[in-house]
Design a protein around this ligand. Structure first.
Ligand code: ZN
Ligand code: ZN
Length: 303
């Protein structure tokens, strides 16, 4: 007898698409568990799953859009599609968290007994087992294909398994002790956790939409590369960078002796562009040439 390895999916993007299907299945299970019990804790767990389905789908679309090459109406490329998707996801996550907090507050004010809590716990446990298996599979495939996105996706799924385990344990205690307030309490804790991750996602991506500069380390590397390859020029100033997902746009003024020929100064520009695009992954360089009368007395990078 030969042992077949469980490996039905052979490409990273197919796994990413399958991930959406698994997340949808898990969300359906969790909503059934909430529907049976009326538990706020299970409601929060189910809404978190829905958020996962939507974010996974949005991420897949965003990655495809941002990979489109530059064209006439978007000459700098479509990289920022990823930021737009992330801001929308973040906003959605925040709405889900507020919905849970609202339901939790309602349940504190008007407590209701949980219906068939045992069934709800079992269904949620099954859904979490599916998630645990799928998360481990994703991490394994991600390592095999060296795909950081897949590994991150798998880790996220496994994190959700821990959230669900916490929800189940808390609900179990609530059922055993009869402390009904534990249910909305757990739901509210999950909501705060979701609110925090949604806010972080939104803020990080808004900064990218507002033309965030390259990191200080990258800026240092840019300056060092310019200094090492600008022989013949006098000074570089007004260095500006902006990051769009995988691209880093770099522009600056290059001061050369006023009598230098256009051909010679252009040679320096070509050398700098080649060096920077080799040193900075995804770098795109634009250089403005100036005569020595335009040199700045302070703040310039002397060559
Ligand atoms: Zn376009
Ligand atoms: Zn200048």
């Amino acid at each position: 007898m030969t042992l077949m390895r469980f490996d039905p999916i052979r490409s990273a993007s197919a796994v990413a698409a399958a991930s959406i299907g698994v997340a949808a299945l898990v969300a359906v299970f969790k909503f059934i568990a909430f529907g049976i019990t009326g538990s706020i804790a299970l409601y929060s767990d189910a809404l978190e799953s829905i958020v996962n389905v939507v974010t996974a789908a949005a991420a897949l679309v965003a990655v495809r859009v941002s990979a489109q090459p530059a064209d006439a109406d978007h000459p700098f490329g479509h990289h920022k599609a990823e930021y737009v998707a992330a801001v929308l996801e973040g906003a959605l996550i925040i709405v889900a968290a507020l919905a849970i907090l609202h339901a939790a507050g309602d349940s504190f004010l008007h407590p209701k007994a949980l219906q068939s809590p045992g069934q709800g716990l079992i269904i949620t446990a099954i859904a979490s087992a599916i998630n645990a298996g799928w998360g481990s599979y994703l991490v394994g495939r991600g390592r095999h294909w060296r795909s950081p996105a897949l590994i991150a996706d798998g880790r996220h799924v496994l994190t959700d398994v821990w959230t669900s385990a916490g929800v189940l344990a808390g609900l179990g205690v609530a059922i055993l002790t009869g402390y009904q307030w534990l249910d909305p309490m757990i739901g509210a804790l999950v909501a705060v956790h979701i609110l925090w991750s949604g806010t972080r996602l939104t803020m990080g991506s808004l900064s990218g939409l507002l033309d965030e500069a390259a990191s200080p380390q990258l800026q240092e590397q840019i300056q060092a590369t310019i200094k090492a390859h600008a022989e013949g020029a006098l000074q570089v100033h007004d260095i500006r960078t902006r990051v769009a997902a995988a691209k880093t746009f770099i522009e600056f003024h290059l001061v050369v002796p006023g009598g230098m020929s256009v051909r010679e100064s252009h040679g320096i520009c070509d050398r700098l562009e080649d060096a920077l695009e080799a040193a900075i992954p995804g770098g795109e360089v634009l250089i403005h040439v100036e005569p020595d009368t335009k040199a700045k007395s302070a703040g310039g990078l002397e060559i």
